[in-house]
Design a protein around this ligand. Structure first.
Ligand SMILES: Nc1nc2c(c(=O)[nH]1)N[C@H]1C(S)=C(S)[C@@H](COP(=O)(O)O)O[C@H]1N2
Ligand SMILES: [Mo]
Length: 237
């Protein structure tokens, strides 16, 4: 993984990344900036189950930058493309967590950047080697502190799409919330301002235009836009 900052960020580094960004990390959607003391509160160690999960996970081999296939990533959107104002954009991260948050794009971009070159595989019969850049979902989990009962993660998108993932896959080191593609800012068609990307799941699990991430104890009857129409839920690669 092409990491700009160390992958295993310490609590202090996370505190610096989140707290000294000057970006005004928001708590509970109430619009108040997090002070350093509050940021410290939200970076307490993760619960034991999650710590064990993180230790057990190793990355999937990646491709060199020279292997990127810029023309092969096709746009696949079931609905009209939502236009989200990046300035007004907020990612809600909540559910069964100790510290729900609303993060601006600046907040997210102040967190450590992870880049990876992986293969995106769509069940419709195409694949593309693509580079994604963004923040590890496990970094967001460290900020919000999922409660011990949380076993699933729901992703809500601005176009009506929705997905649910198992916690282990969500916290995999290469499961990212990305805002860059092939070294450039993510285009709106590809899911800007923020989308999921991971080498361990099929394309339809990788929600574009994500506005809400929710840690949950149980799966709901609705498990995913395509999953509810017959596609496999786990969809591992
Ligand atoms: N919100 C949303 N996310 C989505 C989709 C969609 O229609 N809406 N399509 C999925 C499918 S089937 C694939 S293959 C990838 C395609 O991503 P791309 O359009 O950036 O190539 O996005 C996935 N994420
Ligand atoms: Mo797909």
């Amino acid at each position: 993984m092409g990491l700009i900052l160390p992958r295993h960020i310490s609590r202090r580094q996370l505190l610096i990344g989140a707290g000294l960004s000057g970006a005004g990390l928001l708590l509970n959607g109430c619009g108040t900036s997090l002070g350093v003391r509050q940021v410290r509160q939200v970076t307490e160690p993760l619960n034991q189950a999650i710590k064990a999960l993180l230790l057990s996970q190793s990355p999937v081999p990646e491709f060199p930058v020279s292997a990127i296939e810029p023309d092969k990533l096709l746009i696949n959107s079931f609905n009209t493309t939502p236009q989200l104002d990046p300035e007004q954009f907020r990612l809600g991260v909540g559910g069964e967590v100790n510290q729900p948050m609303q993060l601006s794009l600046a907040d997210i971009q102040a967190l450590p950047l992870t880049e990876m070159v992986i293969r995106h595989v769509c069940v419709e019969g195409w694949a593309a080697i693509v580079q994604w850049g963004g923040v590890q979902l496990q970094t967001l989990a460290k900020l919000v502190q999922p409660k011990p009962g949380a076993r699933y993660v729901y992703f809500t998108s601005a176009d009506g799409y929705y997905e649910s993932w198992d916690l282990a896959s969500s916290l995999h080191p290469q499961t990212l919330m990305v805002y860059q593609k092939n070294g450039q800012p993510l285009s709106v068609d590809n899911g800007a301002p923020l989308r999921l990307a991971s080498p361990i799941k099929l394309g339809y699990k990788q929600s574009k235009w994500v506005t809400q991430i929710s840690f949950e104890n149980d799966l709901r009857p609705e498990q995913g836009y395509w999953v509810d129409r017959g596609y496999e839920w786990f969809a591992g690669l």
